[in-house]
Write a protein that binds this ligand. Structure first.
Ligand code: ADP
Ligand code: MG
Length: 705
């Protein structure tokens, strides 16, 4: 029930003059916000629900809770001021009377409800002890013809009234060219045709089974979902073909292992042997690098599965072939960790070849950066590690051939695009993207059709599984005992505070207080450190170094440690207000422990909300954490809890999400689209292009990135 007055039904909104210089009217701007520009966009903008204005019912036949449309004569109308200002009117349709109540109203509404007027009223019927009543019904003059279809209700934005949007969609739909793009002979035999399906979904006949519209199972919906899935499959396939037409430097591995190669030497200095999964994935990458088609590979592996080594070995292949490699991480802390590790392994080996590892970040002093940039430009820096500063325009590579992106979902499309043209001449660098938040297989196949996926499905040996405990906040004391026990054994502890407020300053204060409180409770000589995203980089690095050296035993932090931090001696992770974290975030945090041989534990402290209980979704997340340590299972449950839209939305900026189809339930349609896409692209390329443009428009650009 709308609490605010409906905008005056005049054309005021539509006719509002354009702001000077903007060139667009307010309505046009609002439409643009909804992605409504081309006629076809309007046609494909389907209602979120419908109202039934096709029938007039007798007041006497309505029941409490019914949405009802009635017609009657106004018998009373007055503005009363108690208990608050409101407009009260009564109508009589001969079968009964009904009171209409408006807390916000325009003078025009009062006029419309003048005593004696015949009106058509639509709203939710409430039967109170004073009799029938409607709050804020819509009111029209009676007697106009009844529509013969349901009335669509579209999702809208401020500044765009529903009647205006309805009118715009109606004329867009009428103008849109809706010729079939799916060739009949290979397409949807017996399905609804496109125009019929769209017309029906905008204006369904009143006899439709409403449930089939709501759950998108109606044949008209099936047609639309098939169209959408086909567009998605086509555009991804097209992106893949386009990539196949690009060229990258070939980085072939020697036919026989060469003991003097950097690759072999790196393997020799590693303090451990590779897992079977690391070896297999290494071979997949080696095969890709040997081709002249740019690699576009996603390396997914649970936290702690050892992705860094795989990346280092790929870098070694690249350097062996005489080219440069770049490794980027989303945060400076993570980049610094990679740098620390890789410099240790590679620098001595590179130095013997007159080469080095370079470090590039935004916070670097100019002198240092100039020096690093020079090394990159001359090619002396065979490996460049850093944040996205690595791909800034100013950095010129001599011959970049491989770019590795850690925690790829944190990078936007623009940053990936910036890599283009960084290779030699017209060549593109090979791309290896790493992610610790695995994407369930079905989603990976549908959303990343232009990506090859490698999976590290095996943890390095000697890890003991992490025991996860859910502990109610009032049992904090037990957690303190646990911390003491761990530290007594020479181990270390992470304590993560949630982001509570919008403001980082407040979070910082909260984390600072937690640090002080813990320091007090734990007492001397235990050192409690603090890490927060607001701290200057140098300070952050100093804290991390002290924690790595076990000069700090307990590290209190906000989620800055979420990604990649690697301190194997830490064996206990405490997460405060765990109910506020997302599932994959919790899993990532938990992955910070269990990296050494010591038995590790993760304590999820939770506090019931105001209702005295943890919400349903939060409970499902905590339960999943307690029940499984498998990243793929976690991802599957996360998907279940959140649904694919949100699940991917948080991960993949720029990936066009499906508006109508649901990958988890529309599997038959998805199979159909996946089979049809290659045939259509080959036999009917123009139709395929028209189909993609129609459905994705400018969004298709993103997919190619
Ligand atoms: P992630 O996949 O989360 O990035 P890392 O690459 O940081 O994982 O590896 C986690 C830890 O496991 C590191 O300390 C790394 O040196 C170690 N590690 C990697 N591979 C192996 C292996 N095959 N055997 C033993 N330890 C390994
Ligand atoms: Mg990592």
């Amino acid at each position: 029930m709308p609490a605010k007055p409906q905008p005056e039904p005049s054309e005021k909104t539509a006719a509002a003059p354009a702001a000077p210089g903007s060139g667009l009217s307010q309505v046009q701007r609002a439409l643009r916000k909804l992605g409504l520009v081309r006629d076809i966009d309007f046609a494909l903008y389907l209602p979120m629900r419908y109202e039934d204005e096709t029938r007039i019912v007798r007041l006497a036949d309505t029941r409490d809770g019914d949405m009802a449309q009635v017609e009657g004569v106004v018998t009373e109308c007055e503005v009363v001021y108690r208990p608050r200002r409101q407009l009260l009117a009564t109508i009589d349709d001969g079968s009964d009377t009904c009171q209409l109540r408006f807390f916000n109203f325009y003078p025009s509404q009062q006029k419309q409800l003048a005593v004696g007027a015949r009106v058509r009223v639509r709203g939710e019927m409430r039967g109170g002890f004073v009799g029938r009543q409607m709050m804020h019904p819509t009111v029209k003059a009676a007697g106009t013809a009844l529509p013969n279809a349901l009335t669509p209700v579209y999702s809208t934005v401020a500044g765009l009234a529903q009647p205006v949007l309805r009118r715009e969609v109606r004329s867009g739909l009428a103008r849109a060219v809706l010729d079939e793009t799916i060739p009949v002979q290979i397409g949807l035999r017996g399905a609804w045709d496109l125009r019929a399906a769209l017309s029906f979904l905008h204006y369904p006949t009143p006899d439709v089974a409403m449930a089939t519209l709501e759950d998108h199972s109606h044949p008209a919906w099936q047609r639309i979902k098939a169209e959408e899935l086909l567009a998605q499959q086509l555009s991804q396939l097209q992106a893949r073909l386009e990539r196949a037409a690009q060229r990258a430097p070939m980085l072939p591995a020697p036919a026989e292992p060469v003991a003097t190669s950097l690759h072999a030497q790196l393997l020799a200095v590693l303090p451990f042997g590779l897992t079977g999964a690391q070896r297999r994935v290494g071979e997949e990458i080696t095969r890709d690098l040997g081709r002249e088609i740019p690699m576009h590979r996603l390396l997914q592996g649970d936290v702690g599965s050892g992705k860094t080594v795989v990346a280092a070995l790929a870098a070694a292949r690249c350097i062996d072939a005489g080219f440069q490699c770049a490794l980027m991480a989303p945060t400076e802390i993570l980049a610094a960790q990679h740098f620390g590790k890789l410099v240790g392994w590679l620098d001595p080996l590179l130095a013997a070849r007159g080469l080095r590892v370079a470090w590039l970040t935004g916070s670097q002093k100019k002198k240092e950066r100039d020096e690093m940039s020079a090394a990159v430009e001359s090619g002396q820096a065979a490996l460049v590690i850093g944040t996205h500063a690595v791909i800034s325009e100013k950095v010129r590579f001599k011959n970049l051939a491989l770019a590795i992106i850690d925690e790829q979902h944190r990078f936007g499309v623009a940053q990936r695009l910036a890599l283009r043209g960084k290779a030699v001449g017209h060549l593109e660098p090979h791309l290896l993207m790493m992610s610790a938040t695995p994407i369930p297989r079905t989603l990976a196949m549908s959303y990343y059709a232009d990506l090859d996926v490698s999976t590290l499905d095996e943890l390095p040996p000697g890890r003991t599984p992490i025991v996860t405990k859910l502990v109610a906040d009032h049992r904090r004391d037990e957690v303190i005992d646990r911390i003491h026990a761990q530290i007594a054994q020479g181990r270390q502890v992470y304590w993560v505070c949630p982001l509570i407020e919008e403001s980082e300053a407040v979070d910082l204060r909260n984390a600072t207080e937690t640090r002080d409180e813990l320091a007090g409770t734990l007492g001397e000589p235990i050192q409690v450190g603090l890490l927060h995203s607001r701290m200057p980089t140098a300070e952050k690095q100093a804290v991390m170094a002290a924690f790595t050296a076990n000069e700090i035993q307990v590290l209190v932090s906000t989620t800055v440690i979420e990604v990649g931090v690697d301190v194997p001696n830490a064996s206990l992770m405490v997460i405060e207000h765990a109910e506020r974290f997302g599932l994959s975030q919790l899993h990532q945090l938990r992955g910070r422990v269990g990296r050494g041989a010591a038995a590790s534990a993760c304590v999820l402290l939770y506090a019931p909300g105001d209702s005295g209980r943890v919400g349903e979704a939060a409970r499902a997340r905590l339960k999943a954490m307690a029940e499984t340590g498998d990243g793929f299972e976690i991802a599957r449950r996360d998907l279940e809890i959140r649904g694919p839209g949100e699940f991917l939305g948080a991960r993949q900026s720029g990936a066009p999400l499906l508006r109508f189809a649901d990958l988890t339930t529309d599997t038959l349609l998805l199979d159909w689209a996946r089979e049809l896409a290659p045939v259509m692209l080959q036999k009917h390329p123009e139709l395929a292009q028209r189909h993609i443009d129609r459905w994705l428009g400018t969004k298709a650009e993103y997919l190619k990135a």
